[in-house]
Design a protein around this ligand. Structure first.
Ligand SMILES: Nc1ncnc2c1ncn2[C@@H]1O[C@H](COP(=O)(O)OP(=O)(O)OP(=O)(O)O)[C@@H](O)[C@H]1O
Length: 589
């Protein structure tokens, strides 16, 4: 047996890795660099991944590394070897640990490998989570609808599943691949490459002749599955023509037949032959293109009407006030009223506005347009209002408190004239009643725009959401940068819960994002979240107690500094001008 050493492998092998999400690209690139492997990485899913693989094959790549449905599709359509990044127990474990903290009910939906693996891991860890096995892609949406009606909010799955979950208004959590799975795929790619090289040497000439033939060639097994097709077939034979070929399968066993078939693009002379391979009947089609029809150049119809349904927003909150707002939105789908959302900066007003837009499908508002009054000039405002079409739409007017009185009057007239076809949502982060009193805001405009109004509470009043939201942001960051963080360490969680969060969810998101970026472990430690706040730990509210004995006041000061320094004893001791032993003793007292 010939064993390839690393240098030989590196020199010979040309690999394209197709990652379905940004973070995996990042991880593959990092590991390939570390392993000194020459791997090109691109982002693509399903058909996009297939096009990348087709181009790679033409450019002389030897192997494709990909994941899940994309890997399967490329394997089925092209004759280039495909190595799959399999879902490992580690991947499963990481996502289950992360999702444990998500609010709402969670289920796992996936093909055999994912569903059974997840069920096994849940059983070992004694986690009660339902998992649903999908036999074919078409089954996914029915399963998701069923889960939704049974009160599930979060779906763990592969890229295709989570995309569909998001379209159904569920929260999709991607089963990401960790470094163990990527490394295993690298090793498998090397093995496949070694094997492939030997085969290639033997069959390269006949293979080339078939690949470069002027005929389209395809081979089907007894189960009517296409097991090979050459380049011309892949590039020129349309799905319609492929269906016609499929119908010929199984007929005329043991004979040669010639047919004339046509589709919108061309006429084809088709030769069908039956061959025997290892006691299995296989069918070979050879297609000769006879004439080319005029290509249908009909205009492309782009509907943005459906896009809003695909934004996958799921409103996650354990807070009673926020849940009430959520229930209100769910129940008021039939109301075409103006909604006024109050709340401090960063409390999620825009987030909820897009949620409302996405939930109000019955209104058929084809798109959501956002006007940010803080950023727009008078000219752009007037220009936009005059150019808005007559179609149904959701108009989100953000930061309305920044509108001048003159523009408020213009807006008043606009709303009066367009209330039928526009669904208005307003956000405001200042006390509008105070502004009405001082004459800075028109009371009539406020009345016109606030058929319904509610206040989103600041984060300091909904601290029960911190851990859940942190998990959501960690997940997003893992996807972006290929990190494998699974949650907050208890101490870090408590630290975040002590914060005052003047910047609300925005500030939390920034803290978590930076924490994940700089973290090297599976859990975010207190240092990870405290360090990024640079001595300004989310406005920690350990107010000094200036009542009590001198000892009690001293203890309060030490606690405050200790928290501000992210529980770092060295920094705390330095700041207080005492040594670490004294600090340790005082903290224990
Ligand atoms: N329930 C939620 N779950 C997850 N992320 C959320 C949620 N609510 C808000 N966010 C995120 O928090 C950030 C701030 O939200 P958003 O921009 O909607 O706040 P805002 O109140 O409109 O802020 P501003 O007044 O500054 O414009 C955004 O990145 C948003 O995606």
């Amino acid at each position: 047996m010939v064993c390839l050493n690393m240098q030989q492998k590196v020199n010979g092998m040309k690999v394209l890795a197709i990652a379905p999400y940004e973070g995996l690209k990042e991880l593959i690139t990092q590991l390939a660099k570390k392993e000194k492997l020459d791997i090109t990485t691109e982002i693509g899913d399903l058909n996009q991944g297939l096009s990348l693989a087709k181009a790679a094959k033409k450019q002389g790549f030897d192997i494709i590394i990909s994941r899940g449905g994309t890997a399967e599709l490329i394997q089925r359509e092209l004759s280039i070897p495909v190595v799959e990044i399999e879902v490992s127990g580690y991947d499963m474990l990481r996502v289950l640990t992360l999702v444990k903290k998500y609010p709402g009910k969670t289920a796992i939906v996936g093909f055999e490998q994912i569903a059974e693996g997840a069920a096994a891991v849940c059983e070992i860890l004694n986690i009660s989570m339902s998992s649903y096995k999908v036999k074919q892609e078409q089954d996914i949406s029915a399963i998701l609808e069923n889960l939704k009606s049974n009160g599930y909010q979060n779906i763990i799955g592969d890229a295709v599943t989570i995309k569909m979950a998001q379209s159904a208004g569920l929260n999709g959590i991607l089963l990401t691949s960790g470094k163990e799975s990527v490394m295993k795929a690298f090793r498998n790619a090397e093995k496949v490459y070694g094997f492939y090289q030997k085969i290639k040497e033997t069959y390269s000439l006949p293979y080339q002749l078939i690949e470069q033939s002027d005929l389209g060639i395809a081979v089907y097994d007894a189960d009517k599955t296409r097991i090979y097709s050459n380049s011309l077939f892949n590039e020129q034979v349309t799905p319609n023509m492929q269906e016609q070929l499929q119908e010929l399968l199984g007929s005329q066993v043991g004979e040669k037949h010639v047919y004339l078939l046509s589709d919108a693009e061309a006429h084809w002379k088709v030769l069908q032959e039956q061959l025997n391979r290892n006691d299995e009947q296989i069918t070979v089609f050879k297609l000769e293109r006879l004439a080319v029809n005029e290509k249908n150049q009909a205009g492309v119809l782009t509907s943005i009407g459906d896009e809003k349904r695909n934004n996958g927003l799921t409103f996650l909150s354990k807070n009673e006030k926020v849940q009430k707002i959520f229930t209100f939105i769910q129940n008021s789908k039939q109301v075409n009223s103006c909604i006024w959302i109050n709340g401090e900066k960063g409390t999620g007003k825009e987030y909820i506005a897009s949620y409302i837009h996405a939930s109000n499908m019955h209104l058929n508002s084809s798109y959501l347009i956002t006007f940010d009054c803080e950023l727009m000039t008078k000219e752009t405002w007037l220009d936009w209002l005059s150019r808005l079409d007559n179609g149904k739409k959701t108009v989100f007017i953000k930061n309305i408190e920044y509108l001048t009185i003159e523009l408020q009057r213009v807006l008043y007239r606009f709303v009066k004239e367009h209330k039928e076809e526009c669904f208005f949502i307003i956000s405001c982060s200042q006390n509008i009643f105070a502004k009405i009193q001082t004459g800075e805001f028109l009371e009539s405009l406020h009345q016109l725009l606030s058929d319904v109004s509610f206040v989103l509470p600041p984060l300091r009043e909904r601290k029960e959401d911190i851990e859940g939201m942190a998990s959501v942001f960690i997940n997003e960051q893992n996807l972006r940068y290929g990190k494998q963080v699974v949650g907050l360490r208890q101490e870090a969680k408590e630290y975040l819960e002590q914060g005052n969060w003047p910047g609300n969810i925005n500030q939390l998101k920034q803290t978590i994002n930076n924490g994940v970026l700089f973290s090297n472990g599976y859990y975010l430690e207190i240092e990870d979240v405290a360090e990024v706040m640079q001595g300004e730990p989310a406005g920690v509210t350990s107010d000094l107690t200036l009542t009590g004995t001198l000892d009690e006041i001293e203890k309060s000061i030490i606690q405050k500094v200790w928290l501000e320094e992210g529980k770092n004893q060295t920094k705390t001791a330095e700041r207080l001008g005492i040594n670490r032993t004294t600090l340790w003793r005082k903290l224990k007292e």
